[in-house]
Design a protein around this ligand. Structure first.
Ligand code: NAP
Length: 491
């Protein structure tokens, strides 16, 4: 990659996008965005307050009726152009994500491809928003269903996938004909700001997408959730914040999509191909520095293959090259912030205090930035915090089991239900696990399964609704049923 970082940062809009214009925050307040690998300041952005958030909703509501009348093909073409522009700008988007979030550059390129796919997928889905036609059984009516845009949406995204979490919401909303206020995470707003600018260049009319970055998330979300013009909130982030938003959304009975936290089990059976399981474990645990809602959180390994699995997995983990993701050959970047680093250190200390053995890693690394050594822990107590909480970092706790039923019960012993992974060569067992595991996503002999064409989402406290797939656009539509008098019905 040959990109001038200062030139790139100068291209990123630093204001709020309201009604198609980038503008200063009404209060004049700003906040800084830093590079987690170095602690250096990258940019200073305008910080939206409640008044700015309402102004953004005003702008969105002002164009909802006209936007809903545009043809599906027109909306599809905008998304297709956006896909092409994001792909053309892949070097810029990848560098921005590595700079503000820390992921290694090769993974940032992977996210550009993955994130752009939502634009392409929903450009294709925009023209396939099918309804049904059916006769009333009594012959009195001809019954038709159709989908209409749900209306103005608030989209709130997290810092871990700065591009993909935005495209996964914006693309189906555009496809369905909804207007939006997007609030990116304050730690990684630059990618969203540049993505919004790219959407404008792709032809999105003024006011359809408004962006309000800011240092107080609740100052932005609260007035919008209390405003009866808002019809939907789509959130990706922690379960705790998701619950707060759900309570607020109840007041105006909003449509909600909630992509929340995870605590994924990664189960390795005695009949698994262990090399394949180790390769899957590297993807499921170490992708995105372990900071993914789908990250394998608990490795549940049959005791007869645990030694072999741990030896091979720990060997691969210790080969990871930790450092600034912009540098050549780096395969594991920093954690997002000091608080995250301190939390990972505390989780490992707690596990060790409860009897765990550190096979590799186990400590923070380096003088600057928020680096933690990729870590494998064995002899982990089921009571340890690492076995119960979402880790969100490069730490792999290994637990062992003897019987299939024990593995299932251990895997399900969590309030979360997002991703799960099973490695076995036995297809009967695969289907038994599909029945027994309470998770919205399952990888069988595969460690990375997210795809724009597949419905993504959890059960239990991991969330509500699905993003991507044919289901993703439905979240942004309201079903309308029309009953038409059957011409042959008796008057
Ligand atoms: P977070 O603290 O919940 O923040 C997510 C977003 O919510 C950010 O934009 C944040 O703004 C905003 N927010 C925070 N408090 C808020 C409030 N009171 N009202 C309105 N908005 C509020 O989560 P995170 O640390 O960024 O992300 C990590 C979490 O996201 C993990 O639990 C992970 O599992 C989950 N996640 C889930 C999925 C999925 O699809 N299921 C995907 C990725 C991540 P600020 O940045 O200003 O705080």
């Amino acid at each position: 990659m040959s990109i001038d970082i200062q030139e790139l940062l100068a291209k990123v809009p630093t204001g709020l996008l309201i009604g198609g214009k980038w503008q200063e925050a009404s209060s004049g307040e700003t906040f800084d965005v830093e590079n987690p690998a170095t602690g250096e300041k990258l940019a200073t952005l305008s910080s939206a307050n409640s008044d700015d958030a309402v102004a953004a909703l005003d702008a969105a509501c002002g164009v909802q009726a006209d936007w809903a009348k545009t043809s599906p093909r027109e909306r599809s073409n905008i998304l297709r152009r956006a896909f092409e522009l994001v792909t053309e700008r892949k070097d810029e988007f990848a560098a921005l994500m590595t700079l503000e979030m820390g992921k290694p550059l090769a993974e940032a390129y992977g996210e550009v491809t993955y994130g752009a796919e939502y634009l392409r997928w929903f450009s294709e889905e925009a023209v396939r928003d099918y309804g049904r036609s059916l006769p009333a059984p009594e012959g009195t009516l001809r019954m038709v269903t159709r989908r209409k845009p749900v209306g103005p949406c608030l989209l709130i995204t997290p810092w871990n996938f700065p591009l993909a979490m935005a495209t996964r919401k914006v693309a189906p909303a555009v496809a369905a004909g909804c207007v939006m206020v997007l609030k990116p995470a304050k730690l990684t707003p630059l990618t969203s700001q540049y993505f919004a600018q790219t959407m404008i260049e792709a032809g999105l009319p003024a006011g359809v997408l408004n962006v309000v970055s800011g240092q107080s998330a609740s100052a932005i979300s609260e007035p919008l959730l209390a405003d009866s013009r808002l019809r939907k909130v789509s959130f990706t982030g922690s379960t705790a914040v998701g619950k707060t938003l759900l309570k607020a959304a109840a007041e105006n009975v909003l449509r909600t999509s909630m992509e929340l936290g995870g605590n994924a089990p990664f189960i390795v059976f005695e009949d698994a191909d262990i090399d394949q399981a180790v390769a899957g474990a590297m993807g499921a645990k170490m992708r995105n520095i372990g900071e993914a809602c789908t990250a394998a959180n608990r490795f549940i390994v049959h005791e007869s293959v645990a030694d072999e699995f741990v030896a091979k997995f720990a060997a691969k983990i210790s080969e990871l090259n930790v450092g600034n993701g912009l540098e050549e050959g780096i395969t594991c970047g920093p954690l997002i912030e000091r608080k995250a680093l301190d939390n990972i250190a505390a989780l490992v200390e707690d596990a060790v205090a409860k009897g765990a053995t550190v096979v590799t890693g186990g400590k923070p690394r380096g003088e600057e930035g928020y680096f933690y050594s990729p870590t494998v822990l064995t002899n982990v107590s089921r009571e340890a915090r690492v076995a119960q909480e979402e880790i969100f970092g490069p730490v792999a706790p290994i637990l062992t089991f003897r019987e299939e039923a024990e593995a299932i019960s251990l895997a399900n012993d969590t309030e979360y239900g997002l991703a799960s992974y099973v490695f076995t060569e036995n297809s009967d067992r695969m289907w038994r696990l599909a029945d027994g595991l309470e998770f919205g996503l399952m990888g069988f002999n595969a460690g990375v399964i997210s795809n724009a064409a597949a419905p993504f989402g959890g059960v239990k406290q991991s969330g509500l609704g699905r993003e991507g797939g044919a289901e993703g656009i439905e979240e942004y539509t309201a079903l309308q049923y029309i009953g038409v008098r059957d011409p042959y019905a008796n008057a």
